[in-house]
Design a protein around this ligand. Structure first.
Ligand SMILES: [Zn+2]
Length: 505
């Protein structure tokens, strides 16, 4: 048994009563209603995914198959500046819960098979208060946005996130971000940021993130830390040095990362942010506009070159059925096979799908990935969605991280590469993220805490989802217990979905 703190494993029985861990001892006499023989297996706190997009499909499929089968019991959503609730109703095309209280209530009514905690997304807040355009917020708007952040935190949001490569969140200045992060300070909840840039301006973006934490006096969580594009791979030492310097200054900085060398995002992200000002219709119109289309093309081609060319761009999801055949294709090879220019093909694809195309970009260094995961400040995240290999949650051609992240860390980086010990890896998937977002009764196996437990075979656990065949569940995750209820046992799902909303406490 690994308690999640990073301490070495011990042999112990764990007794669960109701939704809580009742007792942990070397030998517990007596019988239980349900028993699991975990001899030779690792027993650990259920995994906590500190940067997840798994909520997007829970309404359609609350079984959360791909999450449960990885051993995940809690997802932290509302990432990259985007949350389902902002504290105020948004426009007609974005229905959904307004307040975090309503959001949590809707999760509890849904009863998904994972627990859900959520940050408030500063991009969603900006969209609500300022709109889609690239302009500075007025001081009155900043005050209103800050009050929405305050309200969300009062209602149990577990941090505030930004997505500064996205619109409209990326239109926020550093000063605006500082003002919106100030409510985090007293609560010691993190500002989690998908930084303004993760390639050529990576170091500036690290500096900006640290400056926001310094200005707001709040903890900083750098989301999915990476060095993108081969020419930026050498920057990792400097990144770590700047984080170290910030910590010496007294700032609480940490980061997370998924165990893959490719990222996933919207295909529009290859295009400069200024071209996306005002939202999708304005962006699509600019692609044809004589005055700017050449400049958009030049900047986009430079971005594609930075990640190594069109074959490093794989289409992972489209909106339009007529483009289903493009899902899973590398754009360079695909364009060649249909005798089209890859840029023109990309533009046509975006137009037909009204901007809604997802991509996987192969641009990161394996050596850096291993160092980021193994770093004492690094936590494991999936950055992925929730999927199933059948039904409505089998959709697109997703990045395999949504089906393989946690087993992959245990298989590749613990067992094969020995980049970290099993106890350390478990810590990065449980107690560390739980303490980061103040889920104080989760993430550790301690008497009295919530009974979220995973049992896996450390010799056999492995991911099976790949970039070519993402729809494959992992092997070696034997049992998942959520709030005291078995969700998965020997490959069989139970239909008791025991998940609930979690408030930071
Ligand atoms: Zn992100």
């Amino acid at each position: 048994m690994y308690d999640g703190t990073g301490a070495p494993g011990i042999e112990a029985d764990v007794a669960v009563t109701g939704a809580r861990i009742a007792r942990i001892a070397r030998n517990i006499a007596g019988r239980a209603t349900e028993e699991v023989d975990a001899r030779g297996m690792a027993l650990a706190p259920g995994f906590i995914d500190i940067h997840s997009h798994g909520d997007g499909s829970l309404d359609a499929d609350p079984r959360a198959e791909s999450l449960v089968r990885q051993g995940i019991t809690t997802i932290v959503v509302g990432q990259d500046g985007s949350s389902r609730a902002t504290g105020e109703a948004r426009g007609g095309d974005e229905p959904g819960p307004a307040s975090f209280t309503e959001l949590f209530k809707s999760i509890d009514e849904l009863r998904p098979a994972v627990n859900v905690a959520s940050m408030i997304g500063l991009g969603s807040v900006r969209s609500t208060v300022v709109g889609a355009n690239n302009r500075p917020a007025t001081s009155a708007e900043i005050a209103r946005m800050a009050s929405l952040v305050e309200r969300a935190l009062n209602e149990g949001a577990c941090g505030a996130s930004s997505g500064l490569e996205y619109t409209p969140g990326g239109f926020a200045s550093q000063d605006e971000l500082i003002a919106l992060c100030k409510p985090l300070a007293a609560r010691r909840l993190p500002y989690a940021t998908h930084m303004r840039n993760e390639d050529d301006r990576l170091l500036d973006s690290i500096d900006e993130s640290i400056a926001v934490a310094r200005g707001a006096r709040c903890p900083l969580q750098i989301s999915h830390l990476k060095t993108q594009g081969p020419r930026n791979w050498s920057k990792l030492d400097t990144v770590f040095a700047r984080i170290d310097a910030a910590r010496k200054e007294g700032l609480d900085v940490a980061f997370d990362r998924y165990p893959y060398i490719a990222y996933q995002t919207g295909l529009t992200n290859l295009f400069p942010i200024w071209s996306r000002d005002g939202g999708t219709p304005a962006f699509l119109a600019r692609l044809d506009s004589a005055g700017v289309s050449d400049r958009i093309k030049a900047e986009t081609l430079a971005k594609v070159e930075l990640i190594g060319g069109w074959d490093n761009v794989q289409v992972s999801g489209v909106r339009s059925d007529e483009d289903r055949g493009v899902e899973g294709q590398r754009l360079g090879r695909y364009a060649q096979s249909v005798s089209r220019d890859p840029y023109e093909l990309t533009v046509a694809l975006l137009k037909r799908n009204r901007g809604s195309v997802n991509m996987v970009g192969f641009a990161m260094s394996e050596a850096n990935l291993e160092r980021i995961l193994a770093h004492p400040l690094g936590m494991v995240c999936s950055d992925g969605g929730s999927f199933a290999i059948e039904g409505t949650a089998r959709r697109g051609h997703p990045h395999p991280r949504g089906l393989g992240t946690f087993p992959r860390v245990l298989a590749k980086y613990v067992r094969e590469r020995k980049a970290l010990t099993l106890a350390q890896a478990i810590n990065k998937m449980s107690a560390l993220p739980a303490s980061r977002v103040h889920l104080r009764d989760r993430g550790r196996l301690v008497e009295g805490l919530a009974a979220d437990v995973v049992v896996f075979d450390p010799a056999r656990v492995t991911d099976r989802a790949t970039f070519d065949e993402p729809f494959q569940y992992p092997d070696g995750i034997a049992v998942v217990v959520l709030n005291g209820a078995i969700q998965l046992r020997e490959g069989q799902r139970s239909d008791r979905r025991a998940g609930r909303s979690l408030r930071a406490n």
